[in-house]
Write a protein that binds this ligand. Structure first.
Ligand SMILES: *[C@@H]1O[C@H](CO)[C@@H](O)[C@H](O)[C@H]1NC(C)=O
Ligand SMILES: *[C@@H]1O[C@H](CO)[C@@H](O)[C@H](O)[C@H]1NC(C)=O
Ligand SMILES: *[C@@H]1O[C@H](CO)[C@@H](O)[C@H](O)[C@H]1NC(C)=O
Ligand SMILES: *[C@@H]1O[C@H](CO)[C@@H](O)[C@H](O)[C@H]1NC(C)=O
Ligand SMILES: *[C@@H]1O[C@H](CO)[C@@H](O)[C@H](O)[C@H]1NC(C)=O
Ligand SMILES: *[C@@H]1O[C@H](CO)[C@@H](O)[C@H](O)[C@H]1NC(C)=O
Length: 913
């Protein structure tokens, strides 16, 4: 039934020769996409919620930035040295890989006066565009880096000597190696001293180019043609080495990833398509045809879609190539969004290198044909392809045919590849769908690390950075994705521009406009109990019962992993059973009758639900005067019958284990203080804080080794607040980033368990802000608010005369007698309008050949009548004496004056007014 939908068309493996996508069909497909989204994504759509959220201020990450320097967007990790090289605006830094706060070197590279003036003369801004943004940092050899900058829209490259961290100051032309425009997407990779780039070749950025620069040869580049590259945005390029075990003598290949405007689909606007293109490392260009051009350039479509939801992710933002020991183990990860960004979905798709190879080595070519004189279409090429296969790398078979380099390729092959760079077969993702789909985020970057967990299996841990400075860490377990945690890497909500991973330092490095951040790949030690450590389902983390700590398995001595507890299913039953809190460990809380009590309880997991029990039975929202907030229980007005035992439980659903895990987090004994002799106004006085008893907590702190004791000592002292504090409007803690999305829930939680900071007032106040949504008072309040809004809207519309006559009469009566004299006038206009509506309709049906512009204008006027008074009358066939014909000059607030209105609809049947 969705025969021509976009998703099917793009995932189609070539069931039809001509993609029969007329514009209407395509439109239908897109409409289908949106309908599909509205109806289906909300119900069956992805629902990946990160289990744990770490705020920036909780983590103490290592950061680097220098005042006055911005755009730290180019990063390079040195394998040989302890260095992270950072290319920023007009500066290059060498930071310590182990600790990016340590700056070892810096060199500045600014733009001279002359190029700056040239740049500003061409209309670029002096403060932003006409600076030198370092965009290429590549290793040439042990002593030197190759560095390129946009250099005021005249890209330049230079060598950076690592010994003294100085530039040669003999800049080379950077065209084709580096972008002109600092905001244009762009990619480079250095392979054996040759620089491969995907960028633009001219000032305007209109001539895309994929090139290879080597000091010894002339630039090898793409043909300037829309069938080769059509407004591409390059995101990534890397080499796949074939290794020595390839018997067929295949060449190494460089893969480029980009999004471009499709040529093969017809669409209303520009339909974007994610692509992978490939060139061979040994390519030297052609002898006669394709001189100094790639003879091995081929490209194919990358598919990342949810066929079941009819939804296509058609913009690729970043790619990470996870290289295995053998090239066949290589997996390509890409982050995608949809061209229709407002949908707010991001996806990660993974591709098998073998599948990519297969498409390039066996796929069918597409060919451009001209239909109906000027119109061109791309169809599958069904003719005979010349040999050797166009676009193939030189291998042993060709060498046997005396073709030892691309210079020896026959013209027929070269001409064919020049005309047919696009393959019809798409590259399909592993599992035919995304690995990860997340709502309300835009992923910008991805890195992946392969981890062998204690179960002996290999897991690919995906780190995805967003345009809001957040990092998601996810793992696929038995086909189901689990977002282990989200980390607020950047202090401010800005895009992660670059993300690197070092297995050696077990760190991630993120570059942004404002600085560089280093983060560990795991936060195991932040999980304080065995259950928390196991339920996190983090392949890096395991619980060590000997030390009662959650440890990184990479740190654990290899002889001991046997005793470590890890379950990627999240089966917390493997934990040694904690005996739980005993009643004597419960905190005793005393409050005055009628005042309120807040019993704090911190639930760190976003997947857990809080359950409160009093005297052993579960409290519900319906219970009297109870409010179960995100970080505690609030009892409004404590009465004698509220005394008793209170327990806070976390109930966490572990889908992979198929079980709920309940844990007791805190216990309290609530009792009333006998009222003092001279009773004060209860409920408006904060009881003295020293009335709390913490003796039991302190008693438990001594044996802080076991799970249980940790739990007890973690319980923060309860705080007491007068009811007035909770009825006051909630204040937002300005230091908190507003939750940028539904999955990112940086709730104001209590301080981490380790922290012994007492509750700040902020915590208590924000507690009131994050009330549960099904709270009835909140609902009532919302209802009242909407009702008031409705009344206001009604009143306003009435006042502005947008509503029919009865309302207008009321308005007239309310606004005073002098206005009521014009009452008939309004009514006349009103009536006239209705007449007009019907008669115009008649006109249109009776005279279909009537001047089109008039019809449009009439229609417009009709539409406008809802909002404007004047055209109502102008078009309304009101006899002139009732319509502005009388008193021409009073201070009527909403003057209906047809005379002042030029006869706009001059070609109407008869003039009015
Ligand atoms: C450079 O950083 C500044 C300041 O954060 C930002 O406004 C600008 O957009 C950035 N420019 C580019 C090209 O990234
Ligand atoms: C890729 O596909 C090949 C052949 O189908 C298969 O042998 C290999 O295991 C796959 N690799 C991955 C990572 O899925
Ligand atoms: C390749 O070249 C050699 C010597 O130049 C010649 O003897 C041989 O026949 C050629 N082979 C082919 C397949 O053309
Ligand atoms: C994602 O990016 C698009 C386009 O840049 C923007 O309109 C949208 O608001 C962003 N969504 C989120 C959740 O940041
Ligand atoms: C708990 O039990 C005590 C006595 O057993 C009772 O006085 C109190 O009202 C109970 N509290 C609640 C909240 O049920
Ligand atoms: C798990 O707990 C949740 C929340 O308390 C509950 O809604 C759900 O039914 C429970 N599921 C099972 C299988 O016990």
């Amino acid at each position: 039934m969705h025969q021509y939908s976009l998703a099917d068309a793009m995932t189609d493996k070539g069931n039809f020769t001509v993609p029969k996508l007329s514009e209407s069909n395509m439109g239908f497909g897109v409409l289908g996409v949106f309908l599909g989204l509205l109806l289906e994504v909300s119900t069956h759509g992805p629902n990946a919620v990160p289990r744990t959220s770490w705020r920036h201020q909780d983590l103490d990450l290592m950061e680097f930035s220098e005042p006055g320097i911005f755009n730290y967007s180019t990063l390079l990790l040195s394998e040989k040295r302890d260095a992270l090289y950072v290319g920023a605006r007009e500066a290059i830094f060498e930071l310590s890989k182990k600790n990016v706060t340590v700056k070892n070197n810096k060199v500045e590279w600014t733009v001279a006066e002359n190029p700056m003036v040239m740049c500003t003369l061409k209309g670029k801004s002096k403060e932003k565009d006409c600076l030198n943004y370092i965009r290429v940092l590549q290793v040439v050899d042990d002593e030197r880096l190759y560095v390129c900058g946009t250099h005021a829209f005249q890209p330049q490259c230079d060598y950076l000597n690592l010994a003294d961290f100085s530039l040669d100051r003999q800049p080379e032309d950077g065209r084709g190696k580096c972008s002109f425009d600092p905001s244009q997407s762009f990619t480079t990779v250095m392979v054996d001293g040759e620089l491969y780039s995907g960028t633009a070749y001219n000032f305007l950025g209109s001539e895309p180019i994929m090139s290879r620069y080597s000091p010894s040869q002339s630039l090898l580049r793409t043909e300037y043609s829309t069938s080769w590259l059509n407004e591409p945005s390059f995101v990534f390029a890397d080499v796949i080495s074939e290794g020595s075990n390839r018997v067929d003598g295949e060449d190494d290949k460089i893969y480029y990833f980009f999004t471009e405007v499709s040529v093969e689909y017809e669409f209303f606007g520009k339909l974007l398509i994610p692509r992978v293109a490939r060139v061979c490392k040994g390519d030297l260009g052609g002898q006669r045809t394709l001189q100094k051009k790639w003879t091995s350039f081929l490209k194919a479509k990358l598919v990342c879609s949810m066929p079941e939801l009819n939804f296509v992710f058609n913009v690729v933002h970043d790619v990470f190539i996870l290289k295995g020991a053998d090239w066949k183990d290589t997996v390509i990860y890409g982050v995608f969004t949809s061209q229709w960004g407002n949908v707010g979905l991001s996806a990660v798709c993974a591709y098998n290198m073998t599948a990519v190879e297969d498409v390039f080595s066996k796929g069918k070519y597409m060919q451009k044909v001209t239909v109906e004189q000027s119109h061109t279409k791309w169809v599958r090429y069904n003719g005979i392809t010349p040999t050797p296969r166009p676009g193939a790398c030189i291998n042993n078979l060709m060498r046997q045919q005396n073709i030892s380099s691309s210079l020896h390729l026959p013209d027929k092959t070269l001409q064919f590849v020049k005309d047919h760079p696009l393959l019809e077969d798409p590259v399909l993702p592993i599992g035919n769908g995304p690995r990860l789909i997340t709502k309300d985020v835009n992923y910008t970057q991805i890195v992946v690390e392969r981890v062998r967990a204690l179960d002996g299996k290999i897991y690919d841990v995906m780190f995805t950075g967003t345009d809001k400075g957040i990092l998601h860490k996810s793992v696929v377990y038995e086909g189901e994705v689990h977002i282990v945690e989200e980390i607020q890497l950047l202090k401010n909500s800005e895009s992660i521009k670059n993300l690197l991973l070092s297995s050696e330092t077990r760190s991630l490095y993120a570059g942004s406009d404002s600085g560089v951040v280093q983060s560990p790949t795991a936060f195991c030690d932040r999980y304080r109990s065995c259950a928390d450590c196991v339920l996190a389902r983090d392949p890096y983390c395991a619980w060590d019962p000997h030390t009662a700590a959650c440890v990184n398995i990479l740190d654990a001595p290899s002889q001991r992993p046997r005793s470590l507890i890890q379950s990627l299913k999240g089966d917390a039953d493997k934990c040694p059973s904690a005996s739980g809190l005993s009643v004597k460990d419960y905190q005793r809380v005393k409050v005055k009758p009628g005042s309120s009590a807040e019993l704090p309880c911190l639930v760190r997991s976003n997947l857990a639900q809080v359950m409160w029990k009093s005297n052993g039975s579960v409290l519900t929202e319906a219970s009297r005067f109870h409010l179960i907030a995100e970080n505690g229980l609030l009892i409004y007005s404590v009465a004698p019958e509220d005394q008793g035992h209170y327990e806070c439980w976390s109930v966490e659903w572990a889908p992979a284990a198929g079980k709920n895990f309940s844990r007791l987090l805190a216990g309290y004994v609530l009792s009333l203080i006998p009222p003092p002799r001279a009773p004060q106004q209860a409920g408006h006085v904060t009881p003295p804080l020293n009335s709390q008893e913490t003796s039991s907590t302190q008693a438990a702190e001594g044996n802080g080794k076991t799970d249980r004791a940790l739990l007890t000592s973690a319980i923060a002292p309860p705080s007491f607040t007068a009811t007035t504090q909770f009825t006051s409007p909630p204040q937002t803690d300005s230091s908190l980033t507003p939750p940028p999305s539904s999955t990112i829930r940086f709730q104001p939680k209590l301080p981490p368990l380790s922290s012994n900071t007492p509750h700040s007032l902020d915590n208590r106040v924000t507690a009131a802000e994050y009330l549960q949504h099904n709270n009835s008072t909140a609902l009532l309040f919302l209802f009242l608010l909407f009702f008031l809004l409705f009344l206001a809207a009604l009143a306003y519309n009435c006042y502005m005369q947008y509503l029919p006559a009865p309302c207008l009469r009321l308005r007239g009566a309310l606004l005073g007698s002098h206005k009521s004299t014009h009452q008939p006038e309004y009514r006349a206009c009103e009536a006239g309008l209705m007449e007009a509506a019907t008669s115009d309709k008649m006109n249109m049906t009776e005279q279909p050949t009537q001047n089109g512009s008039q019809t449009t204008q009439n229609l417009k006027a009709l539409r406008d009548t809802g909002y404007e008074t004047e055209p109502e009358c102008g078009n309304g066939r009101i006899p002139s004496h009732t319509c502005g014909g009388d008193s021409p000059s009073q201070e009527k607030p909403f003057d209906v004056d047809c005379e002042s209105q030029p006869i706009e609809f001059a070609d109407a049947d008869e003039p009015y007014c």
